[in-house]
Design a protein around this ligand. Structure first.
Ligand code: CP
Length: 308
């Protein structure tokens, strides 16, 4: 089997068969991540460039490690000290990377759709590492891998997503992906952070945090994205944590073996109490490990697309 596109721009564009294929490949890649000899030559002689217009720790580092573990040349463009700062357009920057023989460009941008624009204009594969309020497909894939590891399958899982749904590309990609894979998603957010029409993506909007988390297999908190808020959309941090943050009281109705998830970076005590972040059934660090495996799988499948 092959991935149908040269790019990974969002889960919206992937079929369930492709998502399964990526996750199955990631399970194999995880064995390399967990081994003491993290070096294979699947991508020897290939080049991967990271072009991040927004901050990142997890996504940028895990892509770089994923490329290096597989023997590729991995380069990070520091946007502030690149020719972008001299006014070069995104397409011209992309064509410049193309001309150097880059195989894959990993891109994060604050504008929704920027990776789609780049992908249309360059020969290299483009992976969306998060674009504005649109999609963060590799995050949702690593989240799905983490759920599968714990439950065996996504089919029929009940997943609650709580917090800043409006600005969250993580929520959007998870909602799209989990729906395709047969899970049920229910959401809760301050009304100012709930996008109009979100239910058309196939989610249930819940009236209270307790309703949203009741009988859930997974509870995922989202980061408050202050960098995308032009106006104050909730009164104070204290009020947010009291009414919208996850704590031991408002998750009492979940299933016993519930998983606590967060894409990171976490604002401790605001989106989730430390007691939940550090609980035995918190899989936040497993999510990070699985991020490397999923990104190895994607680099391998996209670069090797013509050879598979
Ligand atoms: N979850 C996530 O995208 O984290 P970073 O912003 O650190 O990459």
């Amino acid at each position: 089997m092959k991935l149908r596109s040269k790019d990974l721009l969002g889960l919206y564009h992937l079929g369930a068969d492709e998502i399964n294929y990526i996750l199955d490949t990631a399970k194999d890649m995880k064995k390399i991540v967990l081994s003491s000899m993290k070096k294979v030559n699947y991508l020897q002689g290939r080049s991967v460039v990271s072009l991040f217009y927004e901050n990142s720790t997890r996504t940028r580092v895990s892509f770089e490690l994923a490329a290096k573990y597989m023997g590729a040349q991995a380069v990070n463009v520091s946007v502030n000290s690149s020719s972008v700062a001299k006014g070069e357009t995104l397409i011209d920057t992309g064509k410049t990377l193309d001309a150097m023989g880059t195989d894959i460009v990993i891109m994060r941008h604050n504008q929704s759709g920027a990776p789609n624009l780049l992908a249309k204009n360059i020969k290299a594969s483009v992976i969306n590492a998060g674009d504005g309020m649109h999609e963060h497909p590799t995050q949702a894939l690593l989240d799905m891998l983490t759920m599968i590891e714990e439950f065996g399958s996504l089919k029929g899982l009940k997943v609650a997503i709580i917090g800043d749904i409006y600005h969250s590309r993580v929520a959007r990609s998870n909602i799209i992906g989990l729906n395709k894979m047969g899970a049920k998603v229910q959401i809760y957010a301050p009304s100012t952070l709930m996008p109009v029409g979100i239910e058309e993506l196939g989610v249930k909007i819940c009236p209270t945090i307790e309703d949203a988390t009741k009988d859930c297999d997974v509870v995922m908190a989202l980061r408050i994205q202050l960098e995308r808020q032009k106006n104050a959309l909730f009164p104070t941090s204290n009020e947010y944590s009291k009414f919208f943050g996850l704590n031991p009281d408002n998750i009492k109705g979940t299933k016993k073996n519930v998983l606590f998830m967060h894409p990171g970076p976490v604002n401790r005590g605001l989106e989730m109490t430390s007691s939940l972040i550090d609980a035995d059934n918190s899989v936040i660090n497993k999510q990070v490990t699985n991020g490397v495996a999923v990104r190895m799988a994607l680099l391998y499948l996209l670069i090797g697309r013509d050879e598979l």
